[in-house]
Design a protein around this ligand. Structure first.
Ligand code: HEC
Length: 141
């Protein structure tokens, strides 16, 4: 008896190519507050990240701060996911704020950076921005 032709339907066949997994992480865990373009909601205390984020990687404290904020720390992501997501974020949104040389995040340094979270992150942010301004970097509020 001849076998009938079995056509397997792939429900994904007509979808566009998937976005990278880090972009997916951003959409899933971050975009709700920060917006798809990183514009944030400054009126509600969510800072704009586009064209600003690169300034933070100019200092050790600023660089650490990027992975110490609650939205990153409490997202339930692995050290590897946080390192990849933050590197992607800094590169994607940094724009003109990104220095020519900066040290990308390595998953191996995440446990120490997370453990060293300042008790008062808002004060740490103010200090980081004040230090950058004192060094002549034009950072917005
Ligand atoms: C519930 C809303 C919310 C979510 C979700 C969230 N964030 Fe945030 N994020 C904030 C707020 C508010 C700040 C300002 C600092 C603070 O108060 O924690 C901030 C600050 C930041 C900063 C520092 C920028 C600056 O200028 O201070 C980074 C980097 C960041 N978030 C990344 C992320 C990433 C990556 C994710 C997803 C894994 C994420 N956030 C998820 C609300 C959120």
């Amino acid at each position: 008896m001849p076998q009938g032709t079995f056509v397997r339907h792939d429900p994904r066949a007509s979808l566009p190519a998937p976005v990278s997994s880090v972009a997916h992480l951003y959409v899933q865990h971050c975009a709700g507050c920060h917006g798809f373009e990183g514009a944030g909601q400054p009126a509600f205390g969510v800072p704009a990240m586009r064209g600003v984020l690169g300034h933070f990687v100019r200092s050790e404290e600023g660089r650490a701060f990027l992975v110490q904020v609650p939205g990153v720390n409490n997202a339930g992501l692995s050290d590897t996911q946080i390192a990849e997501l933050t590197n992607w974020l800094v590169r994607t949104l940094g724009g003109a704020s990104l220095p020519a040389q900066w040290r990308a995040f390595d998953p191996a340094e995440l446990p120490a950076l997370r453990a060293a979270r300042p008790a008062d992150l808002a004060a740490a942010r103010r200090r980081i921005l004040a230090d950058l301004r004192a060094a002549g970097v034009a950072v917005p509020d």
